[in-house]
Design a protein around this ligand. Structure first.
Ligand code: PGA
Length: 231
C-alpha cells in the first residue's frame, strides 16, 4: 500500500487581522517543519497575500477557504481561482475541481442525520457527487475532509473509532468508483481536533491528517497538533 503523507491543515475561518495573521504565519513557518508531514494554513481572503509573503520559501502550504467556479465574472463577493493562485494559494477548501488548485472537499453528516442512522448514506452521496466524472489521476490528487457537522466548533469530537468507521467507508467507496486511487487520496478528519486528541485520531489507518479550526488559531496549539505523538 503506498504511504500517504499526513496533512495537517489549519482553517482560520473568519479570524485574524493582518498583523495577527502575519504573526501566526511566522510561528507556523518556524515551528511547523516536520519531515514527512505536510502543513497547510487557510487564512481569510483579505490576508492571503500577506501570509503568502511570510510563508514564501518555506514548506508551509497556503490554501483559501472558498472560491467560485468561474475564472471571472460579475459575481459580487466571490473570488475566482486565478485570483487565489495569484495570491499564492495551492489549495482551496470546498472548492471546484479546476485551475490546478487542490480542492479539499468537505463531507459530513449533521447530528440529526447521525441519530437517524443516515451517516453512511449522507457521506456516500456527498462523496459520489464530488468525485463524479473525475479521472483516477484527479482523485489521487484530491484531499477529502470528513467533518461531521456536529463536531465542528462544538468541542465534541468523533471518537477515533467513529471517525475511522466513516473514513474506511469513504475509502472503500472511492475504491469502488476509482480503483487504486483510493489508496492514494488523503482523507482528513475535521471537527474539534485538539492537541490531546490528534494522536489517537492519526493512529487510525484511514485518517491521513486533520482539518483544524479553533485549535489552529494559536501557534502553540497548532504546532502541538503538527507534532502529534506517533504510535
Ligand atoms: P474546529 O473546526 O476544529 O473548530 O471544530 C473544524 C473545521 O470546520 O474545519
Amino acid at each position: 500500500m503506498p504511504a500517504r503523507r499526513p496533512l495537517i491543515a489549519g482553517n482560520w475561518k473568519m479570524y485574524k487581522t493582518r498583523a495577527e495573521a502575519e504573526g501566526l504565519a511566522r510561528e507556523v513557518r518556524t515551528g511547523a517543519t516536520r519531515p514527512g508531514v505536510d502543513v497547510l494554513v487557510a487564512p481569510p481572503f483579505t490576508v492571503l497575500a500577506a501570509v503568502a509573503r511570510v510563508l514564501k520559501g518555506s514548506n508551509v502550504l497556503l490554501g483559501a477557504q472558498n472560491m467560485h467556479s468561474e475564472s471571472e465574472g460579475a459575481f459580487t463577493g466571490e473570488v475566482a481561482p486565478p485570483m487565489l493562485k495569484e495570491a499564492g494559494c495551492t489549495h482551496v477548501i470546498l472548492g471546484h475541481l479546476a485551475h490546478g488548485l487542490v480542492p479539499i472537499v468537505c463531507v459530513g453528516e449533521t447530528l440529526e442525520e447521525r441519530d437517524a442512522g443516515k451517516t453512511m448514506a449522507v457521506v456516500e452521496r456527498q462523496v459520489d457527487r464530488a468525485l463524479r466524472g473525475l479521472s483516477p489521476e484527479r482523485v489521487e490528487g484530491l484531499v477529502i475532509a470528513y467533518e461531521p457537522v456536529w463536531a465542528i466548533g462544538t468541542g465534541r469530537t468523533a471518537s477515533p473509532a467513529q471517525a475511522q468507521e466513516v473514513h474506511g467507508f469513504i475509502r472503500r467507496r472511492v475504491a469502488g468508483s476509482h480503483g487504486p486511487a483510493a489508496e492514494v487520496v488523503r482523507i482528513l478528519y475535521g471537527g474539534s481536533v485538539k492537541p490531546d486528541n490528534i494522536g489517537a485520531l492519526m493512529h487510525e489507518p484511514d485518517i491521513d491528517g486533520g482539518l483544524v479550526g479553533g485549535a489552529s488559531l494559536k501557534g502553540d496549539s497548532f504546532l502541538k497538533i503538527v507534532h502529534y505523538p506517533e504510535g
